[in-house]
Design a protein around this ligand. Structure first.
Ligand code: PEP
Length: 269
């Protein structure tokens, strides 16, 4: 994807993020080997934070292996209760000190695990009280997109997920826009265009401004996710409102993830 001229006014003031969501992939051993490879190739960069999100079983051992100057860990989900009779669950309290970030409200959690806005709001609050930065995912389905309901859906998910967050804490939150219709697609026709993403990102920023004020809203990192790969990453990273990428499929291939990180560094420079 080429970079349209109007996108070249990228806001370099804000830190940028590349987040890899590994989903339910890799054994603990494979995760460790991957992390080792990534660590060897990466140089620490002030303006860019690289985050990977392995499955729960790998988080604790990887937290001992990771060089935090180069890389950070995220949980893919978490339970908002601190401790108690919640069989099979892992809480943000238990994740404290192990991860720095938590992906919350991913569309797969909303759709496959029936997480509601109430669950998501509680997770955002739990992450914050455990010093974990929430990466709150919002995004519309293909039907909602087709019927022009995108802004209503995004507003509801955004305000629903953030309603327990104070003005003081909002600067510790990251938002990821992930249109569900553009996730893990193999056809170019289903890729979101920079124009479409720019419009929704502008709407998200505007909604945050209405709630938290212009100065605060400007500082909230806004990521894009949806079939990002080394060929389209540069175009997405130069959308003015976008401060980074959430990468699924391409983050499973170390060389592709490294290429995306290198592209982000070039855009940042
Ligand atoms: C995701 O599921 O968060 C995601 C962005 O996946 P992909 O990059 O494969 O579309």
């Amino acid at each position: 994807m080429s970079t349209p001229a109007r996108f070249l006014c990228y806001n370099k003031i804000m830190k940028s993020y590349i987040v890899g969501n590994w989903k339910m992939n890799f054994s603990v051993g494979e995760s460790s080997v991957y992390l080792h490879k990534l660590s060897q190739k990466l140089r620490a960069s002030r303006g860019l934070t690289v985050v990977v999100s392995p499955s729960f079983v790998a988080l604790q051992p990887l937290s001992l292996q990771i060089d935090r100057k180069k890389l950070r860990l995220a949980a893919q989900a978490g339970n908002p209760h601190d401790f108690g009779a919640y069989t099979g669950a892992v809480s943000y309290t238990q994740l404290r000190g192990i991860v720095d970030y938590g992906i919350i409200g991913h569309s797969e959690r909303r759709q496959l695990f029936h997480e509601s806005d109430k669950d998501i709001r509680a997770s955002v609050a739990a992450a914050l009280r455990n010093q974990i930065t929430p990466i709150l995912c919002v995004g519309e389905t293909e039907t909602e997109h087709t019927f022009g309901e995108t802004e209503d859906v995004i507003r509801d998910q955004l305000l629903g997920g953030l309603s327990e967050v104070s003005t003081e804490d909002i600067s510790k939150v990251i938002i990821a826009y992930e249109p569900i219709w553009a996730i893990s697609t193999t056809t170019d026709a289903h890729l979101a265009s920079p124009d479409e993403i720019g419009d929704v990102a502008g709407f998200i920023r505007h909604t945050l401004k209405d709630t938290y004020g212009a100065a605060t809203a400007k500082e909230i990192p806004l990521l894009y996710g949806g079939s990002v790969n080394p060929s389209n990453a540069g175009g997405y990273l130069t959308i003015p409102e976008i401060n980074g990428l959430l990468v699924g499929g391409a983050s499973l291939i170390a060389d592709q993830f490294i290429d995306i990180i290198e592209i982000a560094k070039k855009v940042q420079d």
